[in-house]
Design a protein around this ligand. Structure first.
Ligand SMILES: Cc1ncc(COP(=O)(O)O)c(C=O)c1O
Length: 383
């Protein structure tokens, strides 16, 4: 590729076709996908229901504007808030959802200070990047937004830091780009308690963890948390660009007409896809994800965790980080897995990240584990 900015390190092949959990490259080579396109195509590729919904909508109208009523937006919003006293703002990406959250938090509280976490990832616009705890990807782009503070995730220092001078705390339940770091149950509750005691809004970024990834619609449900704002994107429309911010109704007056907006936000194609996705993610579907995840975790523990090349495994549901020994570079492993027809991802700290489509069958998960084991067993480890 010559004419496109090289903002991505790309592998030297193109994915040209997909069906279910199977992808094909431009040479016809077949892959078992354990990435979902970085947690997006949770219902797999060429999903019939999503495709039909988008195709039906294409025949009606694929763009109007936000100057008119939209029953599709209302439907998706209702499916997201599930009867709770909340409202939804629609946009086009996770970055935009966090941007909206940041703006709403500052306007609603009249305060500017935000607490975020080291190794977090919230996106790459100035607002979202300002909230992101990764100096490497911020290099050369400063200055960033003022009044953003960082603390160590899961730390007591973070709890001590939260006081009434803050507008909001923003966190991921599992840090995805940050190396699949799972939030501690007690710590998350303490954060929420300190937020509520000090009139600080709790923003939970569910862009990667949400839409069934961990076996619940939102990962915070495992923890019975009560966030003021939740941001989502990725899996919401199974690959049609979309983002959303869900906020408590008490915040609604601060996001009134003219306060925020987006030309494409809540686009009819994205909304029709999102309806099909959310309609699919019922209790039975999510229970099935949890069962498959238990099966996968059993085999990860049994087959992978004791390998010399593996230090530890972390994650929840179908969001998994296999932390490799430093002498086994993750990108080398990913390339070797390509050769045997498996697509995987990396994450911070030499982590092999798995985000398989949620529709994957147990037998396919087992096939993936076996191939990963074969590749990892052949690695030379210097201990
Ligand atoms: C937790 C989290 N927040 C925000 C984003 C940014 O989302 P997008 O790339 O859709 O802007 C990502 C993307 O990986 C993410 O993982």
């Amino acid at each position: 590729m010559q004419s496109v900015f090289k903002t991505y390190n790309r592998f030297p092949f193109e994915i040209t076709k997909g069906d279910g959990v199977t992808l094909f490259d431009d040479t016809g080579k077949k892959y078992l996908d354990l990435t979902s396109g970085i947690g997006v195509c949770n219902l797999g590729y060429n999903n019939k229901k999503v495709k039909q919904a988008v195709s039906d909508q294409l025949d009606k109208v694929w763009h109007t504007s936000n100057l008119y009523e939209s029953h599709l937006q209302e439907n998706v919003a209702e499916l997201l808030i599930q009867g709770m006293d909340k409202k939804v703002y629609f946009c086009n990406s996770g970055t935009e959802a966090n941007e909206a959250a940041l703006k709403l938090a500052r306007k609603a509280t009249g305060k500017t200070k935000i607490l975020a976490f080291d190794h977090s990832f919230h996106g790459r616009s100035y607002g979202a990047l300002s909230l992101t705890g990764n100096d490497k990807i911020k290099e050369g782009f400063g200055p960033f937004l003022p009044d953003i503070y960082f603390e160590t995730y899961n730390s007591a220092d973070a709890l001590n830091k939260i006081d009434s001078s803050f507008a909001a705390v923003i966190l991921e339940i599992i840090q995805g780009e940050g190396g699949i770091v799972v939030g501690d149950y007690t710590w998350l509750h303490e954060v929420e308690k300190k937020c509520h005691q000090n009139n600080v809004l709790l923003i939970i970024d569910e862009v990667q963890t949400g839409i069934g990834r961990t076996g619940k619609l939102f990962a915070y449900e495992h923890y019975n948390l009560d966030p003021d704002i939740v941001t989502i994107a990725k899996g919401l429309a199974n690959g049609i660009p979309v983002g959303a911010m869900i906020g408590k109704n008490a915040l609604a007056d601060f996001f009134g007409p003219g306060s925020h907006g987006s030309t494409f936000g809540g686009n009819p194609l994205a909304m029709s896809a999102a309806c099909a996705v959310l309609d699919t993610l019922d209790e039975a579907f999510l229970d099935d994800v949890q069962q498959k995840a238990s099966f996968l975790w059993y085999f990860l523990e049994k087959e992978i965790s004791s390998l010399d090349s593996v230090d530890s495994i972390s994650g929840k549901g179908l969001m998994i980080g296999i932390h490799l020994n430093q002498s086994v570079p993750v990108n080398q492993v990913i390339t070797q897995l390509h050769e045997v027809g498996i697509l995987t991802l990396s994450s911070r700290g030499n982590t092999l990240r798995l985000l398989p489509p949620l529709i994957i069958m147990s037998s396919e998960l087992l096939e993936g584990v076996k191939k990963i084991k074969e590749v990892l067993q052949n690695e030379t480890v210097s201990l």
